[in-house]
Structure formats: structure tokens, C-alpha cells
Design a protein around this ligand. Sequence first.
Ligand SMILES: Cc1ncc(COP(=O)(O)O)c(C=O)c1O
Length: 290
Amino acid sequence: MSQQIYIDGAWVSREDAKVSIFDHGLLYGDGVFDSVRSYDGRLFKLDEHVNRLYLSAKGIGLDIGIPKAKFTEQVIESIRRNNLRDAYVRLVVTRGPGDLGIDPRKCTKSTIIILADKITIYPEETYKRGLRVIIASTRRTPPDSLNGKIKSLNYLNNIIAKLEHIHTGMDESLMLNHEGYLVEGTVENIFLVKGKKLLTPPCHIGALEGITRQTTIDLAPSVGLSAEEALLTANDLYTADECFLTGTGAELVPVVQVDGRAIGDGKPGPVTQKMLAAYREYTKQVGIPI
Ligand SMILES: Cc1ncc(COP(=O)(O)O)c(C=O)c1O
């Protein structure tokens, strides 16, 4: 059976999954999204992802149009209908169709899309080898322009930073804010390891409030580590013992080189490996059964 996709209350096949060319999500990136993952038939941190989606929508004054509980049910249904156990589900809400101006008042009904697919993450080899990254010259959008806590459909800032690492043959870009503080990767949060301490930038400087980030902070004490927020510079990164990125898709992925300089001894470090193992164990234990 072809992939079943939820659009505006109906389940349609991949071939029939279409939106209007007047949708402001397409015309202006006016909308929000989130991604949630299931592990062996259990949806991991589903409520957290749906809550963040609703907060993102509220942040841009977008009425999703259905209650959170109904949205949550449809996310679960998307995995059932597609017979998936290990899935990556994309939740998208756009301002909906309007006219050719940007005025959101012309969009009378939001568009809701729920798309469940197989998960494609970094190959296991990447976790053994680690990522080589650059610090992008493209700065993260300042929070007083577009708050990083809003997971909006407007990812051009991150995509332009991504082009930089693609052009230099590296694996990922790290982004600084306009004051030169380290914020995050293009689609992941960042952690530095110093001794038994995990350090991550505070989200108010421009980062997304990552759910994997929060899970990492929560799990740290269980493996004898402490985690705290700190303003971090490029120098903190160059002199860190270890570095890793966190995200729903990536989980915890080691970073071993930045701007051609080795981080620590240039190999995935023991703290990162311990945290990744603790995270993977945790994903097996929790989650809403499908
Ligand atoms: C800009 C950005 N930062 C961080 C993350 C990581 O967030 P999470 O752990 O909730 O997937 C993502 C991915 O959603 C992202 O797009």
C-alpha cells in the first residue's frame, strides 16, 4: 500500500498529497513544524514535540485549528496506518492558502500535514568516526528578529550556513550569534564536555529548545555527569575535551574536528559515548506505545 499522509483531516496516498500553490507556507515560509520519532513501536517524547509545535504556532499567532489531543491521536495513527515501528514523523502546520500578499488575515484556515516515514539517520560509522565541522560565517538569526524557540518553516538561515560546510567538504556547520557566542548546529543543539561537566548554550541567545538537549541534561546525572548552560565561544570549543550535537534524528553525534583543528584527541570521546549509550537505553524504556 502506498504511504498514507494526513492533510487537513483526510488520509491520502503520497501521489495525492498536495497543497495549494497559494499556501503561505510555500509562498512565505509562514508556518511551523516539528519532528518526532518512534523507537520499536513507541513514540518518544510525543507530548513534548506536540507541545512545542503548539507553542511555535502560538509564537507566530497561528491557530492550528484542532485541539492538541486530536493532533496527537493523528500522529499515532500516521505510524499505525503506515505499518511502521521505527519512524520519523514530520508535523507541519502552515498559515494556509491566502492571496499573493503576506497578510496572514487573508489565510482563513491553516493547513495540517502529518507525514510518517522510515527513519534515515547518520550511518553507525559516523558515530564511530565523528563529524568534522566548521564555524559558519553566517550568524544565527537574532532572537529579536525570529526567536529560535519557534520552529518555523523558515530555515533559510540554517540552509545558508549548511551550504558553507557543503562547499568546504565538511560534515556540518556550527553557528554563532551576532555577539560571537556559539548557538547550535544547523539542525542540532551543541554540547561541550569539560571534565565531568556538560556545557550547552542557553536557548535565549538564539537556539531551539531541543527535546534531545533537554533529555541529555536530564540524563547526565545518571551517568555521573553534571550539565549546565553557559555562554560559549569558539575558543571554548577549540579547548573542549569533547563536543557532541543533539537532535531527534541525530540523537547524540560526536564532533571531532572544527575548522581543521582536532577537538580533544580528535576521536569520539568516552563521555560522549557514555551519554549516547545512556540516551539509546532510555529511548528503549520510555515512549507512548503505538
Ligand atoms: C535549529 C535546530 N536546533 C536544534 C534541533 C534539535 O531539536 P530536537 O532535539 O528537539 O530534535 C533542531 C531539530 O529539530 C533544529 O532544527
